[in-house]
Write a protein that binds this ligand. Structure first.
Ligand code: PMP
Length: 402
């Protein structure tokens, strides 16, 4: 029996479902490991010693590469001093200063642990600031796993999602209608950096849509919340909507902020500073200093290594290479979203059979891909890694053609 299978058998007895949530490997194609032993640079090793070029990057947290030497050294230095103390270390202030320096829409920052903590805090701050209730969310957008936003309703009540309005991403008319329906109760609009809903083609926000969201919030005194948890630091160093020239009032960050260390942040503008100070948000581990030291190092390295540019170069190579090889097999492959956060879906593949077969074959050839979720490149990936992924993809296309 493989080590992975043995661990799964043990986990089935002591972990509900063997593993919770979307990381349950039972939801992945055949052959995907559940358990991993280690990561280094652009690679991960499963517990049976198989090495993969990792295009999931821990579902987003890894941006510089696994086990980055600079980040890990900074984390170790802080760990030697202390991590979880009676209050934060000086690194709290240093990190907040760094974020305020590099993010034009940030006048202040607060820290928590997970993306859901950050999006939830944004909603709470928007309501505290306005004294109103209604938050608008896009249909199909993911903002976390709390009862107010989880896509899986088990264990939640309709009242958990009270005071919400819905609109379609990139649809100005639908956003305007949702704002009209909220009327004088509109507290805020929360929008992901781009449309990266589960199992549909990704879509970048149109300038018109982003500007409309900004205008609606300005004219109605509501807060524009950018959920940059997934895309943050990958598209633009100063916030994902900087390229559009639209600045949010509040931003939620997590995933890549500390290159794999547990950290999330809310940043906001001066107009919401008082409201942010008024809400009660806290967590036992929210001021742990190690992840903050890791974040300071990560932010520095992101800039020093021009990571946004590097991810774009690698992503373009991957996208063009995949398109060319798919054409060679006459296979309809749809690639969407930013090249550094690629998603590919197969034409007419409603049940993801083709996607699963493709990924299973690619996995055997040493590339860890995902059949229906966007993937993530990291700065430690090399051109040789992308070449290996393309060869693995070729194995996948061949499996489909056969
Ligand atoms: N918002 C977005 C856009 C996300 O992608 C995620 C995580 N996938 C979250 C919020 C929630 O983050 P976490 O899982 O860390 O709570």
């Amino acid at each position: 029996m493989s080590t992975d299978a043995a661990l799964r058998a043990r986990a089935a007895k002591v972990i509900p479902g063997g593993m919770w949530g979307h990381l349950n490997a039972a939801k992945l194609p055949e052959g995907y490991p559940q358990f991993f032993a280690r990561g280094e640079g652009g690679h991960v090793w499963d517990v049976d010693g198989n090495r993969y070029v990792d295009l999931m990057c821990s579902w987003g947290p890894i941006i510089l590469g696994h086990h980055d030497p600079v980040v890990e050294a900074a984390a170790r230095r802080q760990a030697d001093l202390g991590d979880c103390l009676n209050g934060p270390g000086p690194v709290l202030v240093e990190l907040a200063e760094r974020l305020v320096e590099r993010i034009p829409a940030a006048d202040w920052a607060m820290f928590m642990k997970n993306g859901t903590d950050a999006t939830t805090a944004c909603v709470t701050i928007a309501r505290a600031a306005t004294g109103r209730g209604t938050i608008l969310l896009a249909n199909g957008s993911y903002h976390g796993a709390a009862p107010w936003c989880t896509p899986v309703p088990a264990g939640t009540r309709p009242e958990d999602r009270a005071n919400q309005g819905r609109f379609d991403y990139n649809d100005v008319a639908s956003l305007t209608a949702a704002a009209d329906a909220a009327g004088s109760d509109l507290a805020g609009i929360i929008i992901t950096a781009f449309r990266h809903d589960n199992v549909v083609d990704q879509e970048l926000p149109s300038r018109e849509f982003a500007e409309a969201a900004r205008r609606i919030c300005d004219t109605r005194g509501a807060a524009l919340i950018l959920d940059d948890v997934r895309a943050g630091f990958r598209l633009h160093p100063g916030g994902s909507w900087e390229g559009l020239g639209v600045r949010p009032d509040l931003s939620a960050w997590s995933k890549a902020i500390a290159n794999g260390h547990a950290l999330a942040a809310v940043t906001g503008r001066d107009s919401l500073r008082e409201a942010a100070a008024s809400v009660f948000v806290t967590g036992s581990f929210w001021c742990s200093a190690v992840s903050m030291a890791a974040a300071v190092a990560t932010l520095e390295e992101l800039e020093r290594r021009d990571v946004v540019g590097q991810l774009e170069r690698l992503g373009l190579m991957l996208r063009e290479g995949l398109a060319e090889r798919a054409r060679g097999f006459n296979i309809g492959l749809r690639q969407s979203g930013p090249v550094s956060m690629p998603l590919f879906l197969f034409e007419g593949d409603q049940e993801f059979r083709a996607g699963r077969a493709f990924c299973a074959a690619a996995l055997k050839a040493g590339a860890y891909l995902h059949p229906r979720h966007n993937m993530f490149l990291c700065a430690a990936h090399t051109e040789a890694d992308i070449a290996l992924v393309l060869d693995a993809a070729e194995a996948g296309f061949r499996a489909l053609a056969a």
